[in-house]
Design a protein around this ligand. Structure first.
Ligand SMILES: NC(=O)c1ccc[n+]([C@@H]2O[C@H](COP(=O)([O-])OP(=O)(O)OC[C@H]3O[C@@H](n4cnc5c(N)ncnc54)[C@H](O)[C@@H]3O)[C@@H](O)[C@H]2O)c1
Ligand SMILES: [Zn+2]
Length: 333
């Protein structure tokens, strides 16, 4: 299969390229980082790149939480205009298979249960609560403590920041394309991806990268909130393998199917910092109580649809993956 990998020079995209080649496919990288002419917002360039292509694996995006609302137009441009241009070119060229890099950020706060009210959906956390160190979102009905659970694909979406909004719009665009063009679309909603080649810390990077970069500078990882926020850290090679199985699988035409892509083994951010610092042999993490508006408290996936439906399973365990990541190279900005 000849596969156009947009964002194929990025962190995840470059692992997808490697995994596709290892399976005997022919990946074609389309990434503005590698070639200034390879911008997904450029219809002509995309049209040329689609010649002879069987499927598109769309990883290109502006990522992270950014540095404030000033970035909003950039996110919308790269992520949503870019996806629209790409899909229109696919419809024009008759390329009917898409695998999209989705994200768990579409869910907002994860799934919570109140002992009295069952499954509830807490809204964004109040600044006053965060300032006072009250990081757990309370039950929106009675204010009781909530138990976090695993989010399934059918959970309601609730994007909480500009990036999340653009990742959700990408899925809606892909669903509209599948309906209109009869294509098949798969969205892999990645959880926190980490591993070799992860970009060094910028406002656009993930938390594992912040900690790893601090250790490389000889500093202690600075853990925000109280360190007990839960995430699903999934290794980049497992995410690349999920892309390969999604590209190879029979996919239903005319619809978008979403799959959570997580390790199934949630950890707190504090645990991750400790595992990484220990494996690196660096200073112990410090818990700072700082917070970022737009962050959610807990978000952990139920990835059983991907395991059962596509036969994928994660191969890299948490301890092993963090030990490798502590020694692995990172990518400069
Ligand atoms: N890293 C994570 O934890 C994570 C989690 C959920 C979803 N994702 C998604 O995975 C995908 C890949 O993310 P990543 O972490 O590898 O980020 P990355 O920044 O390393 O890679 C993105 C690549 O896209 C390219 N790109 C950006 N805009 C482009 C454009 N207009 N035209 C062509 N290329 C463009 C960049 O040059 C870069 O190489 C993104 O869609 C991201 O939203 C990542
Ligand atoms: Zn309640």
């Amino acid at each position: 299969m000849r596969v156009l990998v947009t964002g194929g020079a990025g962190f995840i995209g470059s692992h997808v390229v490697e995994a596709l080649a290892a399976r005997g496919h022919e990946p074609v990288v389309f990434d503005v980082r590698e070639d200034p002419g390879a911008d997904v917002r450029d219809a002509e360039a995309v049209g040329r790149a689609l010649a002879g292509v069987d499927a598109v694996c769309h990883q290109a995006a502006m990522v992270g939480l950014g540095s404030g609302f000033a970035d909003a137009a950039g996110y919308v441009s790269h992520n949503d205009l870019g996806t629209a241009v790409l899909l229109a070119a696919m419809a024009e060229a008759g390329v009917g298979r898409l695998v999209l890099a989705g994200s768990m950020v579409v869910y907002g706060e994860g799934r919570y249960e109140c002992p009295r009210h069952g499954v509830v959906r807490p809204g964004p956390r109040a600044v006053a609560d965060l300032d006072a160190g009250r990081f757990e979102p309370p039950c929106p009905v009675c204010g009781a403590d909530l138990a976090p659970g695993l989010v399934g694909e059918d959970a309601p979406v609730d994007p909480r920041n500009v990036y999340a909004t653009t990742k959700l719009a990408q899925e809606h665009l892909a669903a509209a394309w599948a309906r209109c063009a009869g294509g098949s679309a798969v969205a892999l909603r990645y959880h926190n991806v980490y591993g070799p080649g992860m970009p060094r810390d910028t406002p656009y990077a993930g938390v594992a990268s912040f900690f790893r970069s601090a250790l490389a500078r000889g500093e202690a990882p600075r853990v925000f909130e109280d360190g007990r926020q839960r995430r699903d850290f999934v290794h980049v090679r497992d995410v690349a393998a999920a892309n390969v199985v999604a590209l190879e699988a029979e996919a239903a035409p005319g619809v978008l199917t979403a799959y959570n892509t997580g390790s199934g083994d949630p950890h707190t951010v504090g645990e991750m910092a400790r595992a990484l610092a220990a494996a690196y042999g660096g200073p112990r993490p410090v818990v700072t109580g700082e917070y970022r508006l737009g962050d959610v408290r807990h978000i952990t996936a139920d990835s059983s649809r991907l395991r059962d439906g596509l036969g994928w399973k994660p191969e890299v365990g948490f301890a092993e993956g963090m030990a490798e990541f502590a020694r692995a190279g990172m990518r400069g900005a």
